[in-house]
Ligand binder design. Structure first.
Ligand code: FAD
Length: 338
């Protein structure tokens, strides 16, 4: 039987020191809504859990000049109901409100949401609750073992950013909205604080799908910042799922646009549910920028986002669905212009 130690860190320094003490087999725990799940499935097997949910000052939600700043352990529910987020950045509020359930959002943190792991059923089910050996191969869970999703039941798998080793979808909604708004992640570690643009925070699977994030063991997400933009108010998070609540995205789009009359001055578009990372849809942005936004133009933008998509046996529907989700999101956002 493996022992498990639980400690509480009251400061970022203490968290990092406790992690170093554990010699690498530690995990931070914030809301616990993902890590406990993975421990029950024996996918995560830490010997030490370091509770970072009480660190002073890491739960603040503040405006600093032209920057919105969310502490790493701010609750998803609290961020979603903050007036400036709700009123000025609907894309952020909606990405949170359309995630999980109210009970989960009351526990889960915006930092933990960035680092949740994929819901790919082969990743999650393969390890089994009693066995330590996976029933299905999964390169993300056991590097080099293979990928049962490729050629398997791949209805929910990614069509963008996939590799020969992995097609698992990035699960979070909030990181998609943050990607559209070019957010920055503040990370504290043994060497001090560094900041990473969200575009560099997530790794494509390539041949190392087990490495999903550009954060080192023991580093702590202390904050997420978003620069204010006139596009914030003209924004939406549009999410299509198998049921209207309590389900991960089949396809989603975070859209924020700055409009001049009927024309789009600038567009920020990111996708969820269809890619192996939160996915910036630059090709779609190029199609709509500088032109009047019509339903046909919006659909052309959606289709451009999937020009490089590669489907498996059961997930080709995501290409058409994803294009339409972008188109609808653009039109919803445009209706919100002042
Ligand atoms: C039934 C169900 C449905 C869900 N549906 C959705 C959905 O539709 N959309 C969606 O986006 N999410 C969904 N989720 C996922 C949920 O949003 C995440 O589990 C949650 O956001 C994780 O936050 P947490 O604080 O609980 O993280 P934890 O479980 O505490 O931690 C998750 C990971 O992050 C690490 N971590 C936590 N905080 C920090 C930090 N500050 N610095 C460094 N590392 C840290 C932990 O070590 C761990 O590896 C669902 C979850 C469940 C159980």
């Amino acid at each position: 039987m493996r022992g498990l130690t639980y400690t509480i860190a009251e400061t970022p320094d203490a968290a990092v020191a406790q992690f170093a003490d554990a010699g690498g087999d530690a995990r931070y725990i914030a809301g616990g809504t993902n890590i406990y799940d993975l421990m029950k499935l024996r996918i995560e097997r830490p010997v030490r859990l370091i509770d970072v949910s009480r660190i002073e000052g890491l739960d603040t939600i503040e405006t600093d000049g032209d920057v919105l700043r969310f502490g790493g352990r701010a609750l998803m529910a609290d961020v979603a109901r903050t007036p400036i987020v709700r009123d000025e950045y609907p894309v952020l509020a909606e990405s949170l409100l359309k995630a999980a359930s109210q009970q989960l959002r009351n526990m889960a943190t915006v930092g933990g949401n960035l680092l949740q792991r994929t819901r790919c059923m082969y990743f999650r089910n393969g390890a089994g609750s009693l066995s330590t050996v996976g029933v299905y191969p999964c390169n993300k869970r056991e590097p080099g073992s293979g990928c049962a999703a490729i050629g398997g039941l791949d209805r929910t798998q990614a069509v963008l950013g996939t590799s020969e080793a992995c097609t698992a979808v990035a699960p979070g909604d909030w990181p998609v909205a943050l990607t559209a708004l070019d957010a920055t992640i503040e990370i504290f570690g043994p060497e001090g604080t560094r900041t990473v643009p969200i575009a560099d925070f997530y790794r494509l699977p390539g041949d190392t799908p087990h490495r999903e994030f550009n954060i080192d063991p023991g580093e702590l997400v202390t904050a997420i910042t978003v620069r204010k933009t006139p596009a914030g108010r003209t924004s939406t998070y549009h999410k299509i799922r198998d049921r209207e609540s309590y389900a991960f995205a089949l396809a989603s789009a975070a859209v924020a646009i700055d409009m001049d009359g009927d024309s789009v001055r600038t567009a920020h578009i990111a996708l969820g549910g269809v890619a192996t990372t939160p996915w910036r849809a630059r090709a779609a942005e190029r199609v709509v920028t500088g032109a009047p936004l019509t339903p046909d133009q919006a659909l052309r933008a959606g289709q451009a986002a999937f020009a490089e998509a590669r489907a498996g046996q059961h997930n080709a529907f995501k290409i058409e669905l994803g294009a339409r989700v972008i188109a609808d999101a653009l039109l919803i956002a445009a209706q919100r212009r002042a």
